[in-house]
Design a binder for this molecule. Structure first.
Ligand code: BGC
Length: 247
């Protein structure tokens, strides 16, 4: 069985598991360690070291890591929702230093989106699939005929003069105590703008709140089909492992 290992770095937890690369399923338990309050690159790399050590990940196994920021040639150009010390960091060099492993670092939404297309809700869907993750921020993945166009940052498109994720993320819903109905008006604006700009074939909506998709997806009026993610909090880990393995 082709196996990889994925680590997903989020705002509250850092999670790692072995992944069956054929199915995207976890092999064994997922290990979760709280994200350090001061989420510097070094503190996060130390947690990754603990996870890799505790799980006994072999050095030659494909190992993927997600972070909530774009990652271009292993470098983080900017970061919105973790410690600002990540900007300018070479993640591969950092992880190599802490863990001894060659780690493939990818954007969290790209990993989740790739997993949905390869193993989940958008499996075998041709054309342009846009996967959005609604969480503290808004993450996006653009996948055209199964090929990922990495590092789209469409949670930061400007709508009515405002950064979209500062209006429509589920973090904002929670902070402002918006009802699903109130929040759905903001989502409507976001997804119709995306629809106008990209003419996608399918939207997939992930992030923790997608568990409650019945409460907000039916309120949206779009021409493009919009469906909940299937892999939910498994997606980042599975996608990171798949991208690291190049499958
Ligand atoms: C970041 C993205 C990330 C998204 C979800 C945004 O603020 O800029 O890189 O994918 O949040 O975590």
């Amino acid at each position: 069985m082709a196996t990889g290992f994925g680590i997903d770095v989020g705002g509250s937890g850092i999670k790692g598991a072995y992944v069956d690369l054929e199915t995207g399923d976890f092999i064994g338990d997922r290990l979760r360690i709280k994200t350090p309050a001061h989420s510097t690159p070094q503190a996060v790399a130390e947690v990754c070291r603990q996870i890799i050590e505790e799980k006994g990940v072999p050095e030659d196994m494909p190992l993927g890591l997600t972070i909530p920021a774009p990652v271009k040639n292993d470098l983080v150009p900017f970061i919105a929702n973790l410690d600002q010390g990540w900007a300018g960091i070479d993640v591969r060099v950092l992880l190599r230093k802490y863990t001894g492993h060659m780690v493939k670092c990818v954007n969290d939404a790209d990993a989740a989106g790739y997993a949905e297309v390869r193993y989940g809700a958008a499996r075998d869907v041709p054309g342009l699939v846009i996967v959005t993750t609604l969480g503290t921020g808004i993450g996006t993945a653009l996948i055209y005929n199964g090929i990922l166009v990495p590092n789209s940052e469409l949670g930061h498109i400007e709508i009515d003069g405002k950064d979209a994720e500062s209006r429509a993320s589920s973090g904002v819903k929670a902070a402002k105590k918006l009802s699903f109905k109130q929040w759905s008006k903001r989502l409507q604006k976001y997804y119709s703008t995306m629809e106008m700009l990209f003419s996608p074939d399918l939207f997939v909506v992930g992030g923790g709140v997608s568990r409650q998709h019945n409460k907000f997806l039916p309120l949206l009026d779009l021409k493009t089909p919009i469906i909940p993610a299937q892999l939910r909090n498994q997606a980042g880990i599975a996608g990171a492992a798949a991208l690291a393995a190049g499958v």
